[in-house]
Ligand binder design. Structure first.
Ligand code: FVH
Length: 292
């Protein structure tokens, strides 16, 4: 499929990420128009060949492919509400972090103005853009995804997750939930080791291979969850996994047990409901959307 939106691209938002996206397009010789609420931030990109738009209206009418990489959902509306009526027939690829429902709201709003909407979730930091390590998830208009692949693939490995505009955000935030919880656990462990004078650097060196090896357990727990049978033999039972000794050890060392205490709350809930003999994956039942 050829790109009906041409090869020129407008990038709205020149923070750390928007600037990296625009720079990658310039490196690939795309005609690139840029706009930022604070216009001075366009200077560096202009020196590399970008065309700074003098107004948001000029920016969104310069090309039929408009990329938004702004702060949040509210800033997308604040920026585009005044000009959305001038974007009929354009494609809007929104790489601003939003919740799934915020992405769906933007898709509905864009459609009401005759604008094709593709939502994106960036799984990378700005220096990773344009390198093989970068990944961007997309959902929403499959036509926009197919037609703009030559642009999207300049930034990262592009994955299309389906027509529901909220899915890219959902997968992004689900993975970030896992990441932040893991990091909080690491920091709690570092504080425990730190209570006896072990540096965080030394603890990280010891924890990294152990925690990396433990991630192999995701696939096992996932299989148990998908089967819906937490009594599969060979699993460590929740009764055995009781973590109150870790909570107690943390308190004895003067370390706030909040991260591990939160896990213990989930374990205790399942034990109280009579599932102490079942495996650790049973905690999923305390968290799932349609839990009893
Ligand atoms: N940076 C990262 O590592 C992460 C990676 C994962 C995805 N995020 C998301 O990308 C969006 C932009 O992030 P950013 O790193 O570029 O953020 P900033 O450097 O803080 O730039 C913010 C830009 O948004 C503009 N802006 C803020 N509020 C408004 C508004 N009300 N109206 C118009 N523009 C607004 C801001 O403009 P200015 O302050 O320079 O005038 C910047 O251009 C974000 O969703 C991340 O979650 C990045």
């Amino acid at each position: 499929m050829t790109n009906p939106h041409g090869t020129g691209v407008t990038v709205l938002g020149l923070g750390a990420m928007g600037s990296a996206l625009a720079a990658a397009l310039l490196d690939a010789d795309h005609e690139t128009t840029v706009w930022n609420r604070t216009p001075e931030r366009a200077a560096g990109l202009a020196a590399r060949g970008a065309k700074p738009a003098s107004s948001i209206g000029e920016a969104v009418t310069a090309h039929q492919l408009v990329i938004a990489c702004l702060l949040d959902h509210a800033s997308v509306h604040e920026t585009l509400d005044p000009v959305i009526g001038r974007m009929r027939g354009s494609a809007l690829v929104n790489l601003t972090t939003t919740t799934p429902n915020e992405a769906r709201e933007l898709a509905t709003w864009a459609a009401a103005h005759g604008v094709d909407y593709l939502d994106g979730a960036i799984m990378a930091t700005p220096p990773m853009i344009g390198t093989p390590a970068a990944s961007i998830l997309y959902s929403g208009s499959d036509e926009v995804f197919a037609a703009t692949r030559p642009v999207l693939d300049r930034w990262a490995t592009s994955t299309y997750d389906g027509e529901d505009s909220g899915l890219a955000s959902l997968f992004d935030l689900a993975m970030l939930s896992g990441m932040y919880t893991m990091f909080a656990g690491f920091l709690h462990g570092a504080a425990m080791a730190g209570s006896v004078g072990v540096s965080a650097t030394e603890f990280a060196a010891r924890a990294t291979p152990f925690l990396s090896a433990m991630t192999a357990g995701f696939a096992h727990d996932a299989a148990v969850i998908d089967r819906g049978d937490y009594t599969v033999p060979g699993q460590q039972s929740l009764d055995f996994s009781d973590l109150s000794h870790i909570v107690r050890a943390s308190e004895e060392q003067g370390v706030d047990p909040a991260p591990i205490a939160a896990v213990q709350v989930l374990i205790s809930r399942q034990i109280a409901e009579g599932h102490g003999a079942e495996g650790f994956a049973r905690l999923y039942e305390s968290l799932r959307a349609d839990r009893a």
